[in-house]
Design a protein around this ligand. Structure first.
Ligand code: NG1
Ligand code: ZN
Length: 537
């Protein structure tokens, strides 16, 4: 059988080099790149098995996102471009950790468990970021795919959301778009330019909006790919690219990128100080974005995922009202969303909010419960998902001659906006084009956007304890179940401060406990975080 060959090949070419177990977590496998060769090979095997089981194309993305350059990682992408189904994460973990001599039996086990037909010809889309370790790790994935007679489709260096898009295109028989890089740029840019040309104003600006943005590429794939966009966007949006160092310079994510800016709340290296000019940073695989600017007093202002989410949700609501169509729209957040953003969107804009556990898959799963689901993590990862029935109704509205021109034009705008959005997963560049579209339409610059609400000061700290899993939570991680008594202590501390909120949870990606606190003032937020942190020890 095929898998006998796979097994023999593993022993020779990709022997297991690490003794310690690793776990397929929120972000797939992520560790030092030199520990990942055999893991990649085994993920190639698993991708073929998953593809045969689903009778669909599966994706494998090699990246460690915002981690330092010597790290790497791997994530599997399911047929609609979503994250690997949770029930298979356990299989991924097993596949990575069994000894070379058990590989054969675990393959047999999964084939039997799911009754996987081993004859289907399946494609596996493979993408990688710009890390120097990525090419050899991609080769290991391909060896795994070939060992089980799958067909690897190598997309080379692409952003994570590009790979998700390719997988979704292939499985929708191109209904979602053409599964090539050109197809991706064409879809997004055409829709973006359509939206701009419908405006009566020149492309230079509209109201306070100026079509110029400073862009921090994190010295990664986001820097490479934004050039493709710029070529196609022409004068409609002038993107000044910074942090575009070459591959292997060690600069990837170093003192720059979305994670650095969000965590440190300051300007990244490489971006020049230009007062009140709109800037953005993407992360190492370009699935996250944050906006920011410095004012004339050199004060730094961050517009994070919560800001992007509220901007988008508010604009979608506005368009739906203009069209006069009743679609249920909701915003999905996590406990890390700033309380002020939640209050603004529920109280002022009357858009319902759902709160779920940390991790994109949880947000995504909740978002599909609505006809229009906007989801974002505070760190800048997010997108919008539209039900097919919602898209169909919008198309009908455009055709409906009993509607006013204004209504039909608003429906057209929304359909174009949907094409700017990468619905498969958070996409930094797609999200940037969406934000730019909305700011332009509203005649806003970042200052107007920031004025919509005032963030509550907040603090996120890491606490290291012996076993982080002694902390268990409920209610979308906002309440501690164990250790007993901890939640009462947190409640007591929170009650001392104004507009305060705090929660603790074990990280899914690092061996630490995260403590979050927000309150009416910076001092109160800092003090509360420190006090709650003390209780966690
Ligand atoms: P953990 O380590 O579980 O808190 C972090 C981020 C998540 C998500 C994942 C995956 C915070 C507080 N947590 O999860 O939002 O992005 O990494 O990358 O930012
Ligand atoms: Zn990322």
């Amino acid at each position: 059988a095929n898998y006998r060959t796979a097994y023999a090949f593993a022993r020779e070419m990709h022997p297991k080099t690490e003794k310690a177990d690793i776990q397929y977590g929120t972000a797939g496998f992520r560790t030092k790149a030199n520990k990942l060769g055999y893991v990649m090979y085994r993920m190639g095997l698993l991708a073929v098995l998953r593809a045969r089981y689903k009778n669909a194309t599966i994706g494998v993305m090699i990246t460690a996102s915002h981690n330092p350059e010597p790290d790497n990682g791997v994530k599997l992408v399911d047929p609609y471009g979503e994250m690997l189904e949770q029930s298979w994460e356990g299989w991924a973990t097993k596949f990575a950790n069994v000894g070379d001599d058990q590989l054969e039996s675990i393959i047999a086990e999964i084939i039997q468990e799911y009754n996987i037909p081993m004859t289907e010809r399946v494609q596996i889309c493979i993408g990688k970021d710009t890390r120097p370790s990525s090419p050899s790790l991609a080769k290991s994935v391909m060896d795994g795919v070939l060992a089980l007679s799958g067909k690897p489709v190598d997309f080379g260096i692409v952003t994570t959301p590009q790979l998700h898009y390719f997988v979704a295109c292939k499985n929708s028989k191109h209904a979602y778009g053409i599964p090539t890089e050109e197809g991706y740029y064409h879809k997004l840019v055409t829709a973006f330019l359509n939206l701009r040309s419908h405006q009566t104003n020149s492309c230079e600006g509209n109201g306070n909006y100026r079509n110029r943005i400073l862009y921090d590429g994190a010295n990664g794939v986001g820097a490479k790919k934004i050039k493709q966009f710029q070529e196609r966007l022409g004068e409609a949006l002038k993107i000044e690219l910074y942090n575009d160092e070459g591959i292997g310079t060690g600069k990837l994510n170093h003192l720059c990128g979305a994670d650095y800016v969000k965590s440190n709340q300051k300007l990244p290296n490489g971006i020049p100080i230009q007062p009140n000019v709109r800037c953005c940073s993407v992360d190492g695989d370009a699935d996250r974005i944050v906006y920011y600017f410095t004012d004339e007093n050199d004060k730094f202002h961050l517009l994070d995922g919560d800001r992007i989410a509220t901007l988008i949700a508010a604009y979608l609501k506005e368009l739906l009202e203009q069209i006069d169509i009743d679609l249920n729209l909701a915003l999905i957040q996590t406990a890390y969303a700033n309380g002020a953003s939640t209050e603004y969107i529920t109280q002022k804009l009357k858009v319902p909010v759902a709160c779920v556990s940390t991790g994109v898959k949880h947000l995504h799963h909740k978002a599909v419960e609505y006809e229009v689901g906007v989801y974002f993590e505070a760190n800048g990862h997010g997108t919008v998902i539209f039900r097919q029935s919602a898209k169909d109704r919008l198309k009908q509205a455009v055709e409906d001659s009993s509607r006013s021109d204004a209504q039909r034009n608003a429906a057209k705008r929304l359909l174009n906006l949907i094409n700017v959005i990468n619905e498969t997963v958070g996409d930094a560049i797609s999200d940037m084009l969406v934000v730019e579209t909305i700011l332009h339409a509203k005649g806003w610059d970042v200052q107007d956007w920031e004025a919509t609400y005032t963030d509550l000061p907040n603090r996120l700290i890491k606490v290291t304890i012996e076993n982080r899993n002694v902390i268990t939570t409920t209610d979308a991680e906002r309440i501690c179940l164990t250790p007993p008594g901890l939640q009462d202590e947190i409640n007591a501390l929170v009650s001392k401060y104004n507009k305060a909120r705090s929660f603790v949870r074990p990280s899914g990606t690092e061996d630490i406990v995260r403590v979050y606190a927000e309150a009416a003032t910076r001092e109160e937020a800092d003090m509360l975080a420190a006090e709650v942190g003390q209780k966690v020890y």
